[in-house]
Design a protein around this ligand. Sequence first.
Ligand code: WTA
Length: 646
Amino acid sequence: MDADSVFTPSQELATQAHADDAQYKALYEASIADPDAFWDEHGKRIDWIKPYSQVSDVSYDAGNLHINWYADGTLNASVNCLDRHLQSRGDQTAIIWEGDDPNDHRHISYRELHEEVCKFANVLKANGAKKGDRITIYMPMIPEATVAMLACVRIGAVHSVVFGGFSPDALAGRIQDCDSNMVITADEGVRGGKPIPLKANTDAALANCPDCTSCIVVKRTGGNIAWVEGRDVWYHEAMQVAAADCPPEEMNAEDPMFILYTSGSTGKPKGVLHTTGGYMVYASMTHHYVFDYHDNEIYWCTADVGWVTGHSYIVYGPLANGAVSLMFEGVPTYPDSSRFWQVVEKHKVNIFYTAPTAIRALMREGDAPVKTCDRSSLRLLGTVGEPINPEAWMWYHEVVGEKRCPIVDTWWQTETGGIMITPLPGATATKPGSATRPFFGVKPVLVDGDNNPLDGAVEGNLCIDHSWPGQMRTVYGDHQRFIETYFTTFPGRYFTGDGARRDEDGYYWITGRVDDVLNVSGHRMGTAEIESALVAHQHVAEAAVVGYPHDIKGQGIYAYVTLVAGIEASDALLAELRQWTRKEIGPIATPDLLQWAPQLPKTRSGKIMRRILRKIAANEFDQLGDTSTLTDPAVVDDLIENRQNR
Ligand code: WTA
C-alpha cells in the first residue's frame, strides 16, 4: 500500500450525506467562531421540557473550574429516546437483538421498548429507587441492559454500568465508590457458548457492600444461582405486576445522568460523571453526522454497553435519533470466525462500527470467512478504541467493505462523551490510520511539555481548548481529582492523555497514550491498578507493569515482579499471579508476560525507571538511552538477560 493513500468520498455519497466537504467546513468554522450560537441551534435536536435560555457557562481555570451547558433547560433522556418517537415510528424496530446462539434473535419496537422501560421504572420505584440514587448495572448484552439504563434515567436515578467481564472485587469497588444501593444483574451471561456467572459474582461483591440492599435479577439462562430472600428480586416477576405508565422525571440539564468508571494513570478507576442535556445533544448529533445515519438504516455497534461506546452509540445516540440499533450478545469468533459477517448478512446491516483489535484478529483468519457472507448491505464502516494500523484499515476497506464503504476512524474517550476527531463520510477524504479532522465545536491543540501550542505539521500532547456539550463534568465524589487529572498539566486546556501528530493537511494521527494508561484490545487499563493488584498478593514485594506492542491486542501487559525475600519463583506461582489479577480486576487485566525481577531499575531518588522497562518489554534493549542515573545499572543487564518477549 502507498503510505500516502487518500480515499475521497464519491460525488454520489457527498450529495446524499448529511454534510459534504463544503458544509463540514462552513459548519466547523461557525462552531468555532461562535460556539454558543452554534450549540444554541443544535441543542434543539433534543426535546426540552423547559427550553434553555443560556447555552454554555464554562471556565477551565483550576481555581474556579466549572462546565455547564444548557443549564436552565429541563428534559428527560428516556423521553428523547422513546416517547418522542411513538407517534412517528412507534412500530419501527428500535433494537435488533442477536443472541450468542445464532438461532436467537428478537426485534423490539419503540413502542415495546417504551412499555418495558416504563414498567421497569415502576419496578425500580417499587424497590425504593428514587431520583439521584446511584444504581449499578452489571449485565450481559441483552435488551434488558438497555431497558435498565433507560428506566434509571426515566426516574432520574444515575446509572453506573459495570462491564460484565469485571471481577467481584472490581464490581464491589465500583458499588462502594458511588454508594450504590441497588444492583441490576442477570443469573448468567452467555458468550461464545460459555456461561458467565454474573449473579454469583454479584453475590460475592455484595458480601462487601452492606449498603447495597437490593438486587434485581434478569433470568437469562435459568442456571443454578443462590438467592438472598429480601434482597433479590426476579425481573420477570416484578414486571408482571408493574404498571405500564410512568411519567418521566423532569431533569435539569446539568443533573447527573450516569457514572462510568475508567482507568487513569494513578490510583483506582475514577467515576467519570456525565450530565443530561449536553450529553444527549452531543451523543445524538455525533451519531447523526459521523455515521451519516438515515431513517430505517440498520446500524450495528459491536461494543459492550459496559463501555462508553455502548452508552453513546448503542443506546443514547441511536435511540435519540430513532435509529434501528443492533445489539449483539456474542463474540466475533463463535460459532466460527465468520460470525460478524453472518450477522451483517442476516440483518442486512448498513452501518458497522467495531474496534481495531477485532479487525486484526479476524484479518488473521484470512478472507474466506468474510467472503462467504453477503455484505452488499454495508455502506459505512467505523472503528474506535485505539489507533488502527494502516494494514488493518486496508483489509477492512478492501475485504470487508469491498472498497465501497468509507471508513470513519473515530477518536474519543469516556471523558468526552462522544466522538471528537473523525472523518464525516460524505465530507472527509480519509487516510488509513488517521482520525482526520475535528468534529463540530472541537478545537484540538498540540502542545509541548511547557504548554506552548505548536503550529503546522508537528507532534505533541493532545489537548482540547474550549468545552463541548458532551464533556464529563467531574470525577464522582472527587472534583479535585478531576481538576488535577485533566486541567493541571496544561493549564487552561483539557488534557486528553494522548499524543498526536498533525500532518500538512491538518489531519490528526493519534500516537497513543503519553501517560501510564495501557490500551489492551481497546480496553483502558491503568498500570497502577494492575501493579496494586499484584502487590496485594502476599508473595509479591514490588511490581512494575508496562505495555508492549502486541499484534492483535495493540498493547500487551508486561509485568515485572519482585518477590518477597525467601519466596522461590516458580511456574506455579506465575500461574497463581495471573489468576490473582483476574480475580482482583478481571480477565482483561491478566498479564500476557510476567518476568521475575530480582530488582527493579530505580533512580537514586527511588523512582522506577519505566522508560527502561518499556524498552526491554518491547525488545528494544539496544536503545535504552542513558542508564547512568540508575542506582545499580547491573539490574538492567539481568532484566535483559531474562526478558520474556523474544
Ligand atoms: C484511545 C473509548 C486512536 C485513546 C471511546 C483514548 C483511540 C482512549 C481511538 C480512550 C482512535 C480511542 N484512534 N486511539 N480512533 N479511539 N482511542 O475511554 O488513547 O475507553 O485516550 O474510550 O482510547 O478510551 P476509552
